[in-house]
Design a protein around this ligand. Structure first.
Ligand code: ATP
Ligand code: MG
Length: 435
């Protein structure tokens, strides 16, 4: 009888087992190259920050701050702490704290876990992962366009066909206030046609009335004042500049005047990359400009813009597209029989690794047949076999596992060179075939 399981993982927080982690690793490798191509540099901040940082930075009246943060009091010193629900606030805090922008703007990125107390479902977890990209100190709109082009390139690289772009401008806060006043005035004039929800939101959050699901209010909402009509010339020029650059680059987009994004700190450009192939959690990337945040955190005023990609959603799409491949098996699997051979195997395996080869040694040590089975399952190209005979003559048997070729016996000190010749020979053959 087996013992009862003592613990389970925390709800909404997934284990990533080796079968899936390989694909994640392949994605992360690709993403590292992609970020390099655009000159973005890595930056890492703690998973825990002061709760006040997020309340202030994200905004009190947001889904995240109102109901999604994992917050707690440190019982050892009374500090109020929160597991980061997103990266931007921490990155901006760190760049102010360390005067990162003292010698000019910076392009940075972070990749890692973020935490939100949401109802777990497909594409929505309590611990999930983001690729977060921030351009700190750049006024745009050229950098806004660059960030969007980065997205397009990544979807293309990964073979994601069905991802579309929506953009909008939120203007500046004075313009949003003027729009808000106009909305209230408009809806008050049509108070008779408002449903109960809308009446409740009229004075607290009139913008929310715009995304009503009530068909009876659709016409009313369609004719409501638009933020676009309250934009000043600078905001207008920023948005037109961005649209012009996207047109030049042949990026298809839709202007969605209803897109407001969840966070308080955004201004001017906001954008989302959306797909229909993920069910209802279709946003894989969201971003926007936050020109006031650095100053809000006590830094010298500087504009900034960034975006975050949800890795779980991206992986699901990339897996379906089938272009991303997890790394294959190792190069060599070392099989050995007997105590002397086992010591010899350690030495032989190290000599192969010394030459840069990926080597797995059998450390279960059962029958020769069982070891060969594991060698085959490992995905290795070659098996190195060491028995009493081989030990006695300082030799090794080399057995190709993936194709019909004879095994060969050779001196141990010639093994690395022979393995490399066989493996690179493989690559040449593959290249020739594709011609
Ligand atoms: P949503 O509208 O889906 O709640 P959001 O606006 O809250 O998204 P952002 O804060 O913009 O999301 O986060 C950026 C990206 O992180 C999203 O586009 C999405 O891909 C991913 N994401 C957000 N919340 C979750 C979650 N709970 N689980 C998995 N991925 C998530
Ligand atoms: Mg959300």
């Amino acid at each position: 009888m087996s013992a009862q399981r003592a613990f389970n993982g925390v709800k909404g927080m997934n284990d990533l087992l080796p079968a899936d982690a390989g694909l994640w690793q392949a994605l992360e490798r690709h993403v590292a190259g992609w970020l390099d191509n655009y000159g973005y540099r890595p930056m890492r901040t703690p998973v825990l920050e002061a709760t006040g940082l997020f309340r202030r930075g994200i905004g009190e009246v947001t889904d995240i701050v109102e109901k999604e943060m994992f917050s707690f009091t440190d019982r050892l010193n009374g500090d109020e702490l929160t597991l980061r629900p997103e990266f931007t606030a921490g990155i901006v805090r760190a760049s102010v704290e360390h005067s990162l922008l003292y010698d000019g703007p910076k392009r940075v990125f972070s990749i890692g876990p973020v935490f939100r107390h949401e109802r777990p479902q497909r594409g929505r977890y309590r611990q999930f992962h983001q690729i977060d990209v921030e351009a700190l100190g750049y006024p745009g709109p050229d950098v806004d366009a660059e960030l969007i082009l980065m997205g397009r390139r990544l979807w293309r690289d990964l073979g994601l066909a069905d991802v579309r772009l929506e953009i909008n401008t939120l203007g500046e806060s004075a313009e949003r206030l003027a729009h808000r006043a106009a909305l209230i005035e408009y809806f008050e004039r049509h108070a008779d046609s408002l449903d109960e929800d809308a009446r409740r939101r009229l004075h607290s959050n009139p913008l929310r009335i715009l995304d009503t699901k009530n068909p009876a209010m659709r016409a009313l909402v369609e004719d409501a004042p638009r933020l676009a009509d309250h934009l000043g010339p600078a905001s207008r020029a920023h948005f037109d500049g961005l649209c012009g650059m996207l047109d030049d680059a042949g990026v298809a987009y839709r202007v969605n005047p209803r897109m407001v994004r969840g966070l308080d700190y955004y201004n001017l450009t906001v954008f989302e990359w959306i797909t229909d192939s993920l069910g209802s959690q279709g946003t894989i990337c969201g971003g926007g400009r936050y020109d006031g945040l650095i100053e809000l955190f006590g830094g010298k005023p500087a504009p900034a813009i960034g975006f975050a990609i949800g890795i779980e959603r991206l992986i699901e799409l990339a897996r379906a597209a089938g272009k991303l491949e997890a790394a294959n098996g190792c190069d060599v699997y070392v099989v050995h029989a007997g105590a002397a051979a086992s010591r010899c195997a350690l030495r032989v395996a190290e000599a192969l690794r010394e030459c840069g080869l990926e080597v797995v040694q059998d450390c279960v040590s059962t029958s020769f047949k069982a070891q060969m089975k594991r060698a085959d399952a490992s995905g290795a190209e070659l098996a190195v076999i060491l028995g009493d005979d081989e030990v006695a003559t300082a030799s090794a048997t080399l057995k190709p596992l993936r194709r019909d070729a004879p095994q060969e016996r050779l001196p141990q000190d010639q093994l690395p060179a022979r393995v490399i010749a066989l493996l690179t020979g493989d690559k040449v053959t593959v290249a020739d075939e594709s011609n």
